[in-house]
Design a protein around this ligand. Structure first.
Ligand code: KG4
Ligand code: ZN
Length: 366
């Protein structure tokens, strides 16, 4: 079965052609991605109408390239993101899918972008891959520019959100703090690079040795440490809330006030302290959710999944107790391969839809 997948929920246009064999094997025949990050970087964020125009321009170009590369003549199944995301952008993918479905008489499955991020850990953007048998229950920490969610899954397609951000998403906080520091968009990788430099300097003895290493997970420990080291520390928001929710807006404001009062502090140190605060919070809540729900497998998805410090801290926290699955760097960010995987599994579960009734759903939840 030949699957064409389309992803246009935010600022990346993704288009992939996969060949599915049997129930769970895939071959990537073509994987195209047009990133608008450079364009949006000039504005410091994503402008929906600008992004929409880019998707409209990119989609036919990417399709032509993908058809040429894959040498396929006919598509059997089209999977397309219908939410959550920016509605004008989602519509471009949906209308494109509707036109192509007519042309090839293909079946269509609408895909939840967040389910895509969960299943992204099984994929690759080239070669072949297989969906493995994993142990449930699964907890997914989905961290991107638009979302920060903890999702409990009883099966590959059975999900429940058990925690979410009350304001800014983790990636969004990275982007906003990067902007305060005069770094380009997207800010996550930039902050992360600076933080890594500061960490290396500290390890060499310039500044305190990295106290994160032996840190125990308690609010008291975080408070006790706040007076040590670089002389300042940003808050770890919501650690004492008895739920699995997050909030990053206050942390962002703390950084802003700190910068206003201390304009001369090294950017690297601010990046380090900010990254530590975000990652500590994510790891702390994830650990609580893992313990409470007797989790067997932990999945990390979304753009922030590419963060090296997050990866390291999670591995250190859980050791070999549970299996942790990360996406490849290419599939951590938005992409169409994950929309292909999710769409194919949904198709197998009988979730084909009449393309005419598919609508963009900006606030779609799992
Ligand atoms: O999943 P994604 O590509 O798009 C959304 O659906 O939002 O995620 C993009 C987000 C951006 O906020 C970006 O700054 C962040 O992921 N990001 C990172 C890193 N790489 C990307 N954040 C922290 N560390 C990184 N290495
Ligand atoms: Zn995403």
């Amino acid at each position: 079965m030949i699957i064409l997948s389309i992803e246009t929920s935010c600022d990346d246009t993704g288009l992939t052609i996969l060949e599915a064999k049997g129930k769970s094997s895939f071959k990537v025949l073509a994987d195209e991605l047009a990133s608008q990050a450079k364009m949006h970087s000039e504005y410091g964020g994503v402008y929906p109408n600008l992004a929409k125009n880019e998707h409209t321009k990119n989609l036919p170009i990417l399709l032509e390239k993908a058809l040429k590369k894959s040498k396929v003549k006919k598509i059997d199944l089209i999977t397309v993101t219908h939410g959550p995301g920016l509605e004008p952008c989602l519509w471009t993918g949906i209308t494109f899918a509707q036109e192509l479905a007519k042309k090839w008489n293909a079946k269509v499955v609408p895909v939840n972008h967040m389910e895509g991020h969960i299943l992204s850990v099984f994929g690759k953007n080239r070669g072949s891959f297989e969906i493995p048998k994993i142990k449930f229950p699964v907890l997914s920490l989905l961290v991107s520019g638009g979302h920060t969610e903890l999702v409990l899954s009883k099966d590959y397609l059975k999900h429940k959100i058990i925690g979410h951000t009350l304001d800014d998403a983790a990636g969004e906080a990275f982007d906003k703090v990067a902007r305060m520091l005069g770094l380009p968009y997207p800010g996550g990788p930039e902050i992360s690079k600076l933080a890594e430099k500061a960490r290396t300097l500290r390890k060499r003895g310039l500044g305190r040795s990295d106290g994160d290493v032996q840190r125990k997970f308690s609010v008291e420990n975080f408070r006790a440490e706040s007076t040590q080291g670089a002389g300042f520390k940003f808050p770890r928001p919501m650690l004492h809330s008895k739920d699995f929710n997050f909030s990053f807006s206050g942390l962002k404001t703390s950084v802003l006030y700190f910068l206003q009062k201390n304009p001369d502090v090294d950017k690297k140190i601010i990046a380090l302290e900010f990254e530590n605060a975000v990652i500590d919070t994510l790891v702390y809540k994830t650990k609580q959710a893992v313990e409470k729900n007797k989790i067997k497998t932990l999945i990390i998805g979304g753009g922030v999944a590419a963060n090296r410090h997050l990866n390291k801290e999670l591995k250190k926290t859980f050791k070999k107790e549970i299996k942790i699955l990360f996406p490849t760097k290419e599939l951590a960010r938005d992409n169409a391969v994950m929309i292909g995987i999710a769409g194919f599994l949904q198709y197998k579960a009988g979730k084909t839809k009449n393309p005419k009734i598919i609508k963009a759903r900006g606030n779609l939840t799992l």
